[in-house]
Design a protein around this ligand. Structure first.
Ligand code: TYD
Ligand code: MG
Length: 455
């Protein structure tokens, strides 16, 4: 029997159940239900005091024009761009990322840069002591920035402190370490994270402060704690990077004030993160000849063209069930491209392992990468290298057609700028940017050309 007021909250999705179970009925996660004391049943509103009369809803028209919200440009341009041109006062941003990816480093730089430009910034760390944050700032050459530091986890103290002074930007590192004495649940639990986020978002709205919350990420990439935090904030950004690569990519997953397809690229070095203003050549493997199985994809990330090497390895399978492994691309999309190669081009992969990797830790989500992946796969399967100076892009349909994609001219222009002379692309791209474009209308023709080395 559950104690009075005790409920079980899933630490993964935030759904609340009245009985403990091994598996969450909401999201299917195992062992994620934790007992929490609720002061009142979930979803129930506190009963209105008899003296408190409702004010009623005041309606307004659509016609009144609200000018675009002013933004605080932090001066870290890659960050500002992903936010949609700076942070909006009164907005709340959640920044998620694996431990050690560089969230604290990025936000310290953002705070320092904004402070140097005159914004009143506070950095509240619940994870590190002030001395640690300070020594990192010194190492990164940010010691002169007038950022107000605090090491605190008690929400009450933080809210009090933030009410005493006027701030433009407040960083809370991390939301999982914050706890409110109004709730009995332990720090890091769903109830606490939700309560702390709720209070901080309210503060942001009420006082017009931009609040950035750091959120830890679980193994499968979700921001730990309740999904509801993602719904509470105005923007959700994720900071990503592959182990072993210095590159870090900031990506928008949700943004009420801007596009979500922008990325910001950084390089982690000895003195913190450096912005990579022109990342187009970053993900290219320029050393040596291009091997069989590699194709350079001319992609678009947000507003910028980015060239990236797609690498495939097709090898005889040692086991009954062939392996399919993909890094940096969608495995469903890989399955589709393999099926089209098999059905429309006669290339069989049934008894072969297939590995596909996007170089440099970038993650591609554009359908325009289909043809580059197919070219890399065919190049590996047929053991024919693609020309060194060739870029590839195009969407593949289930019927085996190569379809035009967006912004073909910018893709070709960027490739030309980086010294590429040829492109393997949809027919409509022919003649663009002075490149020799081998236009393919059908995937089968394209694969034929790769096999024949016919360029
Ligand atoms: P950190 O910002 O603490 O990560 P997070 O807050 O996401 O957990 O970054 C930690 C990593 O970054 C750590 O492995 C060391 C590395 N790092 C550098 O390589 N150079 C630097 O100048 C700094 C500050 C950190
Ligand atoms: Mg940190």
């Amino acid at each position: 029997m559950a104690r009075d007021g005790a409920v079980y909250a899933c630490q993964s999705c935030g759904s609340v159940q009245t009985k403990w179970a091994g598996q969450c009925a909401g999201c299917g996660a195992w062992n994620s239900l934790v007992e929490e004391i609720q002061s009142r049943p979930p979803g129930a509103l506190a009963p209105a005091k008899s003296s408190a009369r409702g004010r009623g809803l005041a309606f307004e028209g659509l016609e009144q024009h609200t000018p675009a919200p002013p933004r605080i440009a932090t001066g870290v341009e890659e960050f500002d761009r992903v936010c949609g041109g700076g942070v909006v006062p009164g907005s709340a941003i959640l920044l998620g990322g694996d431990p050690g990816v560089g969230k604290s480093t990025l936000l310290l730089q953002v705070a320092a840069s904004a402070a140097m430009r005159g914004a009143a910034c506070a950095y509240i760390s619940g994870e590190e002591a002030i001395e640690q944050v300070r020594s990192r700032a010194h190492r990164m050459g940010l010691a002169a920035a007038p950022v107000k530091l605090a090491a605190e986890t008690a929400l009450r103290e933080i809210l009090e402190g933030l009410k005493k002074e006027r701030f433009d930007l407040v960083i809370i590192d991390s939301i999982q370490t914050m706890w409110s004495d109004a709730h009995e649940a332990g720090p890091g639990s769903v109830t606490q994270v939700r309560a702390a986020a709720g209070e901080l978002v309210r503060l942001a709205k009420k006082r017009g402060v931009a609040v950035i919350l750091v959120g830890h990420v679980t193994k499968d990439g979700a921001i730990a704690g309740p999904r509801v935090v993602e719904h509470m904030v105005d923007a959700v950004l994720s900071f990503e990077g592959e182990r072993g690569y210095p590159f870090r990519i900031l990506r928008g997953a949700k943004n009420r004030f801007g596009a979500t397809d922008e990325i910001g690229v950084f390089e982690m070095g000895d003195v913190g993160l450096t912005e990579v203003r022109n990342p187009s050549a970053l993900f290219l493997n320029t050393a040596g000849e291009r091997a069989a199985g590699a194709a350079v994809f001319a992609g678009i990330e947000g507003s910028r063209p980015v060239l990236v090497e797609v690498q495939a390895l097709v090898a005889p399978s040692a086991y009954g069930t062939p392996r399919r492994a993909v890094v940096g691309w969608d495995s469903g999309r890989l399955a589709m491209v393999l099926a089209v190669l098999e059905a429309r081009c006669g290339l069989g992969f049934g008894d072969r392992d297939v590995y596909l990797n996007v170089a440099g830790g970038l993650r591609i989500s554009e359908p325009a990468a289909d043809l580059a992946a197919a070219a890399a796969l065919a190049s590996s399967a047929l053991d024919r290298a693609l020309p060194q100076d060739c870029v590839v892009f195009g969407e593949i349909s289930l019927s085996g057609d190569v379809r035009p994609v967006s912004r073909m001219e910018s893709r070709l222009k960027e490739a030309a700028k980086l010294g590429f002379r040829r492109a393997f692309a949809p027919k409509d791209a022919e003649g663009g940017a002075g490149l020799a474009v081998t236009g393919a209308a059908r995937l089968a023709d394209a694969i034929q050309r790769i096999g024949d080395g016919d360029w």
